[in-house]
Design a protein around this ligand. Structure first.
Ligand code: FUB
Length: 466
């Protein structure tokens, strides 16, 4: 944790220049490769893997969950599943890509691990809520084989669940309603070796086993989606470095037709992996890159871009942006806002309080949290409440609107006494703003932060617009 923080501080000046204030990636506080979005109710959940800070190759021990209601502020819901969830798996490594869905009131998270003997294997965790607790659904892999990684689950309009997966191979099978067994076994996706279906492979160094004439551009990380009766299969393509391509088919069993490039090779990462989803009337493509300070092929971060399908149903080429996507909702400051809900941050990290309840930690002088689209309405709050945890050293939290600088709208002093603090808010705070929490103190780590909330004493207008 401290290793990453030292790097962050060292490159502070350059990072501000290169856009640490930008919306992409979705978290500056933790690495989030292989993003898998899923919409449920009024939330979009994002399931990711987790590159370790000290990785020198792929080093991944657990998986993460985030959620958003507005596409710009993301709440860290924590490390829900790790290799320890699967007693049969190799421990402390190979917690690679996966995807979760809700089906019949249960949540199923399809993941790839290695078996204790070292073989590629598909795992399933099950839970009542996306925040867990998650347990091994079977007690064993549901499929094992060379290249059996990157499972993606798709539930058809009639409720039929399908699982696709594979690196240097592409397999699929219909799941039974139990979501953990195959109805008729599994097989290779039709056309996997046909350039008409999955693109002609150019001579280029390849991911694991070099160039093979029988291979197409499909590389790994499949993602299945359906729109207007057409099935879409998107995937990292073309060998290393990977770009994002897609194919379409009139049925889940094909025939697939190669449709070409969706995204270029990721910035500063030789893999790219993600998937598309529709949320609040918009279409989004998630992917990962290595754009964080100290980012790279083994330190990857989830990002997101909006796109519009062509009138003929095609997915357009989607450029990378630093600004990410527009907000589709806002934050109500008169309800408790978890400190781990943020659009971007500097220096801070996350830790777990209990269950799915988390907090912000590793708070030092100069660190900050940004929360976008905070709608004060015409309410003019008079006070801010701030809940801290784990006092370490004296400091303060300054609240700013729209930019880090000028006069704070509120300052909360933290001196080791009561960790639940109220402070006055200067008058005239209304309308929609970005809110910054800037932490001030000495050289040592200061304290942890649980949540904040604006309120009224009753002497000003109470109309908040919510
Ligand atoms: O994150 C580990 C592996 O890298 C994934 O399983 C692949 O899709 C690639 O992103």
């Amino acid at each position: 944790m401290m290793f990453m923080k030292r790097i962050l501080l060292t490159v502070a000046f350059f990072s501000v220049s290169f856009g640490i204030l930008a919306q992409n990636p979705i978290s500056n506080a933790i690495y989030t490769p292989d993003p898998a979005p899923y919409v449920y109710g009024d939330k979009l959940y994002l399931f990711t893997d987790h590159d370790e800070d000290d990785a020198t190759y792929f080093l991944m021990k657990d998986w993460l969950v985030f959620s958003t209601e507005d596409m710009v502020n993301w709440t860290y819901l924590g490390t829900q599943v790790s290799t320890a969830t699967f007693a049969w798996a190799k421990q402390g490594d190979r917690a690679w890509a996966g995807q979760a869905v809700e089906h019949g009131g249960k949540w199923y998270w399809y993941l790839c691990c290695n078996t204790a003997r070292g073989g590629d294997a598909l795992a399933v965790a099950v839970a009542d809520e996306p925040t867990g607790p998650w347990v091994d659904a079977v007690g064993a892999p549901i499929a094992e084989g060379f290249g059996f990684i990157d499972p993606t689950v798709f539930i058809d309009d009639d409720g039929t669940p399908w699982l696709f997966w594979g690196n240097k191979g592409l397999w699929y099978g219909q799941l039974n309603d139990d979501m953990v067994s195959f109805k008729d076994g599994y097989r290779e996706v039709p056309g996997y070796h046909d350039p008409e279906c999955f693109g002609e492979l150019q001579m280029k160094m390849n991911w694991a086993v070099g160039h093979d004439e029988s291979m197409t551009q499909y590389e790994e990380g499949p993602w299945v989606y359906k729109r207007d009766g057409t099935y879409y299969l998107s995937y990292p393509a073309g060998g290393v470095p990977e770009y994002m391509a897609y194919s379409t088919a009139p049925t889940i069993n094909g025939p697939w037709t190669f449709r070409g490039r969706i995204m270029d090779e990721a910035v500063n990462s030789f893999t790219i992996h993600g998937g598309n989803v529709d949320f609040r009337g918009h279409s989004y493509m998630f992917y990962h890159n290595g754009i964080l300070p100290n980012g790279g092929g083994f330190h990857r971060s989830a990002s997101v871009e909006e796109f519009k399908f062509g009138e003929d149903g095609t997915i357009p080429f989607i450029p990378f942006t630093a600004d990410g996507v527009e907000p589709v909702g806002n934050i109500n400051p008169y309800k408790t806002v978890e400190a781990e809900t943020m659009s971007s941050s500097w220096g801070v990290r996350f830790d777990r309080l209990s269950g799915a309840d988390h907090y912000v930690t590793s708070v030092h002088n100069g660190d900050w949290i940004k929360v976008r689209e905070v709608d004060f309405g015409d309410g003019e709050p008079t006070h801010i409440a701030l809940k801290m945890l784990n006092f370490k050293h004296q400091g303060r939290v300054e609240f700013y609107l729209d930019e880090l600088g000028g006069r704070p709208v509120a300052t909360v002093e933290v001196d080791g006494g009561d960790m639940m603090r109220m402070a006055p808010v200067r008058s005239g705070v209304d309308g929609k703003h970005d809110v910054y929490l800037l932490f001030r103190g000495g050289d040592e780590e200061l304290f942890d932060v649980d949540w904040w909330k604006f309120s009224f004493t009753g002497t000003r207008s109470r109309s908040s617009g919510h």
